[in-house]
Design a protein. Sequence first.
Length: 120
Amino acid sequence: MKVKIKEIIDHGHSDERIVLNVIEDIDIGEYLVMDTTYTKDGNVSNKVRHPYWFPDKKIKKGDLVILYSKKGTQSETKNQSGSTSHFFFWGLDSNVWNNDGDCALLLHVNEWDAHKVKSK
């Protein structure tokens, strides 16, 4: 994958955020972050919660993507290294990463299909 989870910072607090390293140029709109847990066997659970699908935006190799759980306005800032940090906000009223048993799941979704259910 062209993006990797670097870390979750301040989990369980109002400024909690997940930081992603961009390894190759991407459109971050092809990625989703979700919260899940682990099974009794220590495997990642299929019970996903709080999905966040990033909006379309071109991101360069070496940049950081920071997703806060709280409400806020999308922005970016140039780093001293010349890279850019891109800030996104989940818009939630509560923390996502509030338990040591939580697991951050990053998915690359470059193809998908949707179907609208019509009223009878």
